[in-house]
Design a protein. Sequence first.
Length: 383
Amino acid sequence: MRRTALPERRPFGSGPAVSPFCLGTMRATGSAEQMAAVLRAAVAAGINHIETAPAYGTAEHFLGLALAELRQEQPERVADLVLTSKLLPGLGLAEGQAQLRQILQRLGIERLDNLAVHGLNRPEHLDWALRGAGAELLRWALDEGLVGQVGFSSHGENGLIEAALASGRFQFCSLHLHWFDQQRLPLAQAALKAGLGVLAISPADKGGRLYDPPATLLADCAPYVPLELAYRFLLDQGISCLSLGAAQASDLALAAALNPSGEAWLGPEHRLALETLQQQGLARLGAEACHQCQACLPCPMGVPIPALLRLRNLDVGHGMHAFAEERYNLIGRAGHWWEERNASACERCGDCLPRCPHQLPIPDLLADTHQRLASAPRRRLWG
């Protein structure tokens, strides 16, 4: 009789080991029944890491109800779960203490495995966490035994993330790590080498709406679906855990099916598919491909040139217009969670031109990016 392989578990800082995939609860907020169905599907798929936050509206409340229900039926499964929640930076000590106690109450637990600073995106956020009221709050939470370890999520610049990782304050981090945006991978690798846990933020959605790929991208990735290649790439890099924001049980089907049973996450056939994907995109972009070297920065007008041209790369190179347009139109409308200036801020000063090793006509490409992608404002999922 063939024995069923045990689900893989990966180190996550100084806390309990976690499954390669993490259930993010920000989308299963329609009802308690919806959350319960998603939680059951996650557990059935071998997922033991569950991430939530007060900022996700009803998520914690519904998750607490689902956990209580599951605890009655499968107490051993609930005992294996690793729970992560987050608090926004800037809270006073008393307010933060009250919010943490409310998190524990909503989830029906006495101790949270992982507590993260939710959106360590600006220098003042890091100062709050290291020297301000946040430092007191995190120290109190640990000393009181209310949390097992502390970490942060960040949508900020690499320099800020690097400073946070070097501070020694955090045991894990959640970062934007994607096949189509690899600029933070060196930071993730350094964090892993230092023994920190690393969670990839939404590789399915923020990584390119890969759950709904355009025909061009599907053809470029054949015989695999784009999301499988993206997942395999990150797990092969050693990333501790990939977050999945599931709204229904079927959203977890691919993660449940991806069980390598001992073989490498990224085999020769997958590497060939990724190489073909890259070459197809470069062929369509031709001499206008931005290689994301960052040499054009800083821009005197504060234009995030590589980030904007990356969206153009995806649109032209792989037909990912819906994703590129969605992300472009969040610029300036999402506070510190996203870029603040779009391509229309370029004044054609020309400072970037001699710095580009590929001699790209950057002002022209920025103007083309704006023409392609600018549209009506979009609403973020939360916040």
